[in-house]
Design a protein around this ligand. Sequence first.
Ligand code: SF4
Ligand code: SF4
Length: 198
Amino acid sequence: MVNFIYIDIYQNVNMKEALKIFKALSDETRLKIIEFLLDGEKCVCEIVPYTKRTQSTVSIQLSKLEGLGIVESRREGKNVYYRIVNPKIKKILSKIDFSKWWDVDRKEIDWYPIIDESKCIGCGMCIVTCGRGVFEYDKSKNKSKVKNPFNCMVGCDNCRIYCPTGAISFPQKNRREFIQSLLKKYDILVKAREKVVE
Ligand code: SF4
Ligand code: SF4
């Protein structure tokens, strides 16, 4: 359950290490790289096409991940290989399941960002502020677009707050009322209490 990942991190990882892990996961390219490396070491020549980013973007993010102590590299001939060296990140990622929210199919919940293309100036702020890979950059239009709407964390509206042009909206106008209705409909508070005392 996503809500308990944070508790789990702080129980098993010190604050400094937890901050490094959150930082590593807070960028879409870094998250993609980490996902790709989960099943073992990969060459940069494989990472670049997988992430669909430019070589320079991938190199910058790999070097950030190395600086954070998440990955390590080795050179073999002309190729550079990367692998995950922080075992905690594997544990944390294995617990993330965006397809459910408190055991409810996430697709049943109408909470996701919508971009008004006419207002989007392509600043990329939404991509930077969302750590869940909800957005991607549409190079043909020089604007952001919503790629994985149901990866959006129920109740979060950070990207709406940070969007400088007010291009982002959500299907529900009143966030508080919507969340309260979900809590009631799916008996979330009871489930949460059970989880806490487990
Ligand atoms: S933050 Fe707003 S203006 Fe910037 S890319 Fe995202 S939707 Fe477009
Ligand atoms: S609301 Fe939060 S989780 Fe959802 S897309 Fe925006 S930043 Fe990402």
